[in-house]
Ligand binder design. Structure first.
Ligand code: FMN
Length: 210
């Protein structure tokens, strides 16, 4: 059976990113895959320590993260999966901190500085990247594409999608957020966001179909 590991990089378990990644999981399930969703904020872990143990030649730890913490089992599951789905809100023009820490720990062990640029992982894993942002859709495509290429070089065939101008606050009038047009955000959440989730569903289904 096709194995799919999905990771939510937002703390808001009922938020925009969670909705998008859950829709992708449903799509993968419809394709017949076995799907596991993990909320990264539930795990106790850190980013890469730069210990370089994963690059040590002739070592049993080659291409493997030596750090033992709450992410260790998830890293093994990600390497063994057929598909990895990663969802993150955009935080300061990048993925969230927890997603960034996961990416460091997942991608660095397979990277080598050899002349032939060989990869440490023997298996290729398909990757789906799901982003949400309050900025308009025109803001991050180049950045998304750079990140997609990084995954494609190091992990496997990668695709991305995003949901933009998301609903960030339950009641905008209660927060320091009057630069946003609340009525427009609510309308978008009701009319465009369901379509974003439908695209996430289709992408999850496509990625889990072999
Ligand atoms: C710490 C923080 C930083 C953010 N930085 C950005 C940003 O740089 N660009 C952007 O478009 N949205 C930014 N946002 C908004 C979120 O990306 C957006 O509301 C997202 O859809 C939230 O996802 P969630 O509902 O899954 O938490 C930021 C939000 C927070 C809390």
């Amino acid at each position: 059976m096709i194995k799919v590991l999905a990771l939510n990089g937002s703390a808001r378990k009922a938020g925009n990113t969670a909705s998008l990644i859950k829709a992708a999981c449903k799509g993968a399930e419809e394709a017949g895959a076995e799907v596991k969703l993990v909320h990264l904020y539930d795990l106790d872990f850190h980013g890469c320590r730069g210990c370089e143990a994963c690059k040590l030649l002739d070592s049993p730890g080659f291409a493997s993260c030596a750090v033992r913490d709450g992410l260790s089992d998830i890293l093994e599951e990600a390497k063994a999966a057929d598909v990895v789905l990663l969802g993150s809100p955009m935080y300061f023009g990048d993925v969230s901190g927890v997603m960034r820490m996961f990416i460091e720990r997942f991608l660095y062990p397979t990277l080598t500085y050899t002349k032939d640029r060989r990869r440490g992982y023997t298996k290729r894993v398909r990757v789906g990247l799901f982003y949400t942002s309050n900025a308009p859709a025109t803001t991050y495509p180049e950045w998304y594409e750079r990140q997609r290429k990084m995954f494609e070089q190091l992990i496997g065939p990668a695709e991305y999608m995003d949901a933009s101008e998301t609903l960030q606050f339950d009641d905008y009038s209660k927060y320091a957020a009057d630069m946003f047009d609340e009525a427009q955000r609510i309308k978008r959440h009701e009319e465009v966001f369901p379509e974003d989730c439908r695209r996430a569903f289709e992408m999850g289904k496509r990625l889990a179909t072999f």
